[in-house]
Each structure stands twice: as structure tokens, then as C-alpha cells.
Design a protein. Structure first.
Length: 232
């Protein structure tokens, strides 16, 4: 049975307003923007908070989550967001409705620059968007994130014909998974290949990574647990 948003809030004692919005350490602030000292650590800490809330949504415990970081949470100033943005991570992920990076990493508006398409493929427009995040917005962290049960990867594993547009969409995914018959393996292969394609096809991204200005990681979001595991 799916978890409706209202049911989720009821089952977790308002976790979206208590657990998922628990305090998070203010590591730095620049012109009204939240800027963590370690973007990857901050990203994964946010996922830990989300995963704990996700697990509680399956049980009967209606008490709000306890024991989160007691430090005051950093929120980007609305006045700053009205005139600009200073995200600290770029995320390329799937457009699947169950995979929302802002929820999965427990972030607030202005923290993540997100590019989404079915199958988290590194096609031309996605590469251009990632380049914008890295070269213009100066995000120091880039994550390519696949997820369990990916419909686009599943379609790429199937030989049945699709619409012309969908066939074009999954063509690079078919190439990335290299005939894998295991969905979990195929999802990981596709995410790793997309990350590699970003570097191979973009001098901007390759140079940023080589200079140390950009950290590139690959992750996989597990729908059953809410956990994002780093695979590279």
C-alpha cells in the first residue's frame, strides 16, 4: 500500500515538520545563503535523517523523531533567494515521482541544483544544465543518483518496442547497462556510465574535477529503506 502524504504525517507525528525539518548545523553563511563546509557530509547526513523518518512511516510509532542535531538549522534567507541562488550541490537523478532529492537529502529551497530525467541520463541538455550548476553557480559537489526499481532502466532491459521518443530516451541506457539482466546491477551501471559521460563530453566538468573544484560522486537511492548508498 502506498503512503499518502497526510498518512505519512499522521504516522510519524508530523515528521515533515519535526524530524525532516529538525535542526541542522549552521556551518557557514554567505550573503544570506547556507554554505556547508563539507557538502558531501551534509548531503549524506540529510539522507540519514530522511531514511530514519522513512522507516518510521512503515511502523505504528506516532511519536516524532528524537535525537536529531540540536544545533540551529540553516535556512536560506527569503530576501537572498528572491534575487539569486547559491546551491552547494548539483544532483542529476531520475524524474521518478518517488525520487525527490530535496526530500531524500532533507534540504530546503536554494540548497540543491537538480536536473531530472527518466533514467538520469547524461544527454546534451542534461550536460548543459550540469555545466551551469558547476561553472555558473559554482556548486562544489555533483552527484549522479540512480534508484531501485527504475522504470526507465527496466524498459531498457526489455526488448519490447516503445514509442519513438521513448526508444530514443532509453537508447543510451541500453548501452550503459551492457546487457545486464539484473535490475540492481543495471541501475548502478547506468548511474556510473552517466557520471563518466558527463566528464567525457564536458571539458568544463572534466577541468573542474581535475582541478579539485568539483567532487563527483555516484549514488543509488533505495526506495524500501530511503537510504542513498555511494557506489563511487
Amino acid at each position: 500500500m502506498g503512503i499518502h502524504r497526510r498518512h505519512f504525517l499522521q504516522k510519524t507525528g508530523g515528521l515533515a515538520l519535526t524530524a525532516l525539518m529538525q535542526p541542522r548545523a549552521v556551518e557557514a553563511a554567505e550573503d544570506g545563503f547556507c554554505v556547508p563546509n563539507d557538502p558531501l557530509q551534509t548531503l549524506m547526513a540529510g539522507n540519514n535523517r530522511f531514511a530514519e523518518a522513512w522507516r518510521r512511516a512503515e511502523g505504528d510509532n506516532r511519536a516524532p523523531l528524537r535525537g536529531a542535531d540540536p544545533d540551529p538549522r540553516c535556512f536560506n534567507a527569503p530576501s537572498a533567494l528572491a534575487t539569486g541562488q547559491h546551491p552547494w550541490a548539483t544532483v542529476l537523478t531520475c524524474s521518478d515521482s518517488r525520487v525527490s532529492p530535496n526530500w531524500v537529502f532533507d534540504t530546503t529551497p536554494g540548497e540543491l541544483f537538480v536536473i531530472r530525467n527518466a533514467g538520469n541520463s547524461a544527454f546534451t541538455e542534461a550536460i548543459a544544465s550540469v555545466e551551469y550548476g558547476v561553472s555558473v553557480l559554482k556548486t562544489p559537489l555533483l552527484m549522479v543518483m540512480g534508484h531501485s526499481g527504475c522504470g526507465a532502466v527496466t524498459a531498457a532491459m526489455d526488448a519490447n518496442p516503445l514509442t519513438p521518443s521513448l526508444d530514443r530516451l532509453i537508447k543510451p541506457i541500453r548501452e550503459n547497462i551492457n546487457g545486464s539482466s539484473d535490475l540492481e546491477d543495471a541501475v548502478q551501471r547506468n548511474a556510473l556510465a552517466s557520471a563518466s559521460t558527463l566528464i567525457q563530453r564536458s571539458t568544463v566538468l572534466a577541468d573542474a574535477k581535475a582541478s579539485g573544484a568539483l567532487k563527483l560522486v555516484v549514488g543509488c537511492f533505495q526506495l524500501n529503506s530511503g537510504v542513498v548508498s555511494l557506489i563511487e
